[in-house]
Design a protein around this ligand. Structure first.
Ligand SMILES: NC(=O)c1ccc[n+]([C@@H]2O[C@H](COP(=O)([O-])OP(=O)(O)OC[C@H]3O[C@@H](n4cnc5c(N)ncnc54)[C@H](OP(=O)(O)O)[C@@H]3O)[C@@H](O)[C@H]2O)c1
Length: 263
């Protein structure tokens, strides 16, 4: 089994480690997690994951390196372990906005580099992860794909779509949360207590998403099944559209994208 070093055991890094443990993708002893202040990683250490603040040591003992630090830390952190990098390594960066070519330049080694854009549902193995890569062999692509597939769904994309993937896949979690919250507020207004409204709203959205994922149908096909002529669903839906529902979502997505691309 390949050894996996997670460099940067923060929110995302620990969520990936937890997901790998939960899915039994690898043994705890095959994972090494690093950060400068290792005290916050005690829970992982107790489960058998190796913890260290020595990036160089972690990299030299691993095959797959998952880089999960903040974008402004990338250059310094790559510098801290570049001497330990060799041809056996595969580097996977989950860092937002840092290009594969910049990671290659900083690492100064011709190793396969992957970029992955997961979302916070990775902690419960329900992430949507977009992947792109360069220089990788078929076995390495298959391994990294399998790793993220144990943590949710995977789409292989062109790197030029990574900013779009950040918006739709990672910011998308926040958009969905706001949609669910609005449903809860509406649910309370029509008579439910907050806890019941939250359960109904979240499970209904989960069920709707599962219908699309499992059946591969188009949203409008599923909407047609719910909308009786002259009924309450179509009346509510049309009112939402008159108020700019779809348009506001599309404009929000485009605004997030422009913020990434134009700053
Ligand atoms: N959260 C998301 O939904 C999400 C989704 C997709 C991508 N991302 C990207 O993933 C990256 C990590 O995000 P995050 O939310 O997990 O950030 P975070 O919680 O701040 O984690 C970064 C970790 O890096 C550690 N670190 C800093 N310098 C280090 C060094 N020299 N050696 C080893 N570890 C070091 C920090 O711990 P110490 O200070 O103790 O060293 C910190 O725990 C970001 O680039 C983000 O853009 C996040």
């Amino acid at each position: 089994m390949k050894k996996i070093a997670i460099i940067g055991g923060g929110n995302l890094g620990t969520a990936i480690a937890e997901g790998l443990l939960k899915s039994k993708f690898c043994k705890a002893s095959d994972i090494i997690v690093t950060k400068r202040n290792t005290a916050t990683l005690n829970a992982l250490a107790q489960r058998g994951v190796k913890i260290t603040s020595d990036n160089n040591d972690a990299v030299s003992k691993s095959d797959i390196i998952i880089l999960a630090v903040k974008p402004y830390q990338v250059s310094e952190v790559l510098n801290s372990f570049k001497n330990a990098l060799s041809s056996k390594h595969v580097l996977v960066s989950v860092v937002t906005g840092v290009l594969i070519k910049d990671i290659q330049e900083n690492s100064q080694k011709k190793i396969p580099v992957f970029r992955a854009m997961p979302n916070t549902a990775i902690a419960i193995q329900q992430s949507m992860t977009c992947l792109s890569f360069t220089n990788a062999a078929a076995t390495q692509i298959s391994f990294v794909n399998k790793l993220f597939s144990t943590l949710g769904r995977v789409a292989v994309i062109d790197e030029k779509l990574m900013d779009a993937a950040t918006v739709l896949g990672a910011c998308g979690t926040a958009y969905a949360m706001r949609y669910i919250r609005a449903n809860i507020q509406g649910g309370i207004e029509i008579g439910f207590d907050a806890a019941t409204a939250s359960l109904i709203a979240a499970q209904t959205v989960k069920g709707a998403a599962e219908l699309l994922l499992e059946k591969g149908s188009h949203p409008e096909q599923e909407i047609d099944k719910v909308t009786t002529p002259k009924g309450c669903t179509i009346a509510g839906l049309n009112e939402m559209e008159h108020q700019g529902f779809s348009s506001s979502l599309i404009k929000g997505i485009a605004t997030s994208y422009n913020k990434i691309v134009k700053g």
